[in-house]
Design a protein around this ligand. Structure first.
Ligand code: PXP
Length: 237
């Protein structure tokens, strides 16, 4: 059975729109956990466009399930992670101008550099996941970089239109998950998942955590966070 980790970045996006104190990310985390989420995910970006350092510190203290920190594999972020000690770090690429995380991490193109980052994080007791495209080359590189987990990028699956394309992208996820498991990696997935497309991904054999943000926070605007999380949970589990 897959688990739901709620990405609450967009609660911070809304708060930053006015630069004040609400809505509060800690309240969002507590509500999501009370609704049954198995984890809370937050992305600390280099430009601090949504989550701030203070959010990450408070979330670490408050989250009682699993706290997953998404971050770029930079010295600044590694230092923060080693101090705050989230349960899991998901390493993502980061380009300042992008709207959201667009592509997966190029693990194959920087395996040695990533291995050094993974080692520093693992030495602090943090589980390390790499956010990658479901490609064999990237999966092998994640294994070589000594990550314990991969998060398969579901963006192309989520954006595919028409049955043929959707099936093609879904097949990539299936093959990717199989290959990752065969390499002894644990498998998470995320990006662009919503109430309509999540079920087949949750059903992939061996799938662990689904990191879902935008669709849940968007629905929460209309139905409340508690119901939005519960409805997603009923599809994921
Ligand atoms: N996983 C990763 C690595 C991400 O960068 C994001 C977006 O921050 C998500 C999952 C969640 O994507 P979405 O907001 O589209 O659900």
């Amino acid at each position: 059975m897959a688990h739901l980790c709620v990405n609450i970045d967009h609660v911070a996006t809304l708060r930053q729109a006015r630069g004040g104190q609400e809505p509060d990310t800690v309240a969002a985390a507590v509500l999501a956990e009370m609704a049954g989420a198995a984890g809370i995910t937050a992305h600390l970006r280099e430009d601090r466009r949504h989550m701030q350092d203070r959010d990450i510190e408070l979330l670490r203290q408050v989250v009682q399930t699993k706290f997953n920190l998404e971050m770029a594999p930079t010295d600044e972020m590694v230092a923060i992670a080693c101090r705050v000690k989230p349960d899991e770090c998901t390493l993502v690429p980061e380009k300042r101008q992008e709207l959201t995380t667009e592509g997966g991490l190029d693990a194959a193109g920087q395996t040695e550099r990533l291995r050094a980052v993974v080692q520093r994080l693992r030495a602090t007791g943090i589980t390390v996941s790499l956010f990658i495209e479901p490609d064999l080359r990237q999966i092998e590189a994640a294994h070589a970089a000594e990550a314990q987990v991969v998060e398969l990028h579901t963006g192309r699956y989520a954006q595919a239109r028409g049955d043929l394309l959707i099936e093609k992208e879904y097949a990539r996820l299936l093959t990717g998950a199989e290959a990752a498991l065969a390499h002894g990696l644990r498998v998470n997935a995320g990006h662009g998942l919503n109430y309509r497309n999540v079920k087949p991904v949750a059903d992939i054999s061996g799938m662990e955590d689904l990191n879902i943000g935008h669709s849940i926070i968007s629905r929460a605007v209309f139905v409340g966070l508690d119901l939005a999380v519960r409805e997603m949970l009923s599809l994921v589990e």
